[in-house]
Design a protein around this ligand. Sequence first.
Ligand code: CS2
Length: 487
Amino acid sequence: MISIKTTNSLYEPEKVDVGIVHIGLGAFHRAHQAVYIEKNLNRNQGGDWGICAVNIRSNSQLVDELKANGCRYHIAEYQDSQNVELREINAIRDALFAGTDKEPLFEKLVSPKTKIVTLTVTEKGYYLAPADKTLRQDDPSIQHDIQTPASPKTAPGILVEALYRRKESGLPPFTILSCDNMPNNGSLTRRVVCELAAHRSAEFAKWIEDNVAFPSSMVDRIVPAMSDASRERLQKELDCHDQNAVMCEAFSQWVVEDNFPQGRPDWEHDGVQMVKDVHPFETMKLRLLNGSHSLLAYVGLAAKYKTVAQAVADEKFASLIRHYMGFEAAPTLDLPQEVQVQTYIDSLVSRFANDSLQHQLSQIAMDGSQKIPQRWLNGAEERLANDVKQGDLNATALGVAAWLFYVRGEDLEGNQYKVDDPMAQTLSELHGRCADPESLVREALKLNDIFSTTLSQSEMFSRAVLNAYQTIISSGVTDCLSFNNRL
Ligand code: CS2
């Protein structure tokens, strides 16, 4: 018998004011930040920290559906397949689609009540050049926002226009909190916003530099994209008939740099870790959790696994990620004081094994060009700068080889699939141009949007990638899996 705990809102939603505008109304936001705000509103029996959640370009349907339900929805937190907490959420008080609601959006952003703007727009939503982390000025959407700043299309463009209007009205700015999986997400957001604002005027960019706070944060919760199958499951298992319900794991973590000059919810009482420096938490989570996720995704898909739980149930894959985390990634980390690395690694492996989530490897495989630098490559570069021996980066190199194989868009049996990545075309052209593995690997590592010169010039690293790639295409990825996982 499945055990279901139900938690309902303890406040009157219609009395809650909006203090936060959130850009990027995906499943992750609804299952992470909105839950922390829900807890905050429950504990304070209401307040001024309700959320107005916004989608910029896609999924206007979700906005409409949420609004039709007064923005009320449910979260199903699966501890495992037998233990679930079903939570009612009313923290989102309004939802907007920027494509059609541009002026209502600016009204919210320019309201004196709005103190914080939070973001989950994914890595590519920042329009950063992956290698030097500057604004991609040549991107057509950014060009559009430079030419017509008053009707922007991108998240940085919306932030710049809203700050501009606030400044013109003599209002203080809001604090901008990035909740995306990037190291130093606060300073990166500051950089793209200021670079874009400089096209208005240097003085305006300086005003942002001097007055806007961009705290960093580390977010963690496994939230698979919802599908018809998962909605059906919630109906059957939990009798939850909410079209907008989201399913996720029970674990959740949010570590936030405590820098909110315009005020913030007292969410340290709701399980949020408010700290001075997020960096050690961010790099640990990115390189260990997300790094293992990407490894499982590309290597697992090459082995025909579909979900994270299926892949880690295979001893060889569990050993691969344990080896990667323990021997290749952990030595690069400056860990938060309270963290025992082995305990953290063990907890990740058991979270990945949660088979109630059906977390699709193909979901994680998306946008690899934007993800693998901070998940694998930055750590590998640090290792290479510190005298590594042959074999020391073999799991990372296998990941790169499996990613390179994945982005060709065709499996070994000749079945084709769509590669969802802003660099998909470049990567497909690369495969078209380089018929033999040797030139393919050499040319791939020269893609300086992704790989630094330390990596492309490392004979040892290139050879390890090439060996793995050749094995994948000649005898299959399983032959690459003989990793020792004992620390
Ligand atoms: C995943 C993340 O899709 C992905 O790339 O690695 O969404 C991951 O599930 C979260 O960061 C967990 O906190």
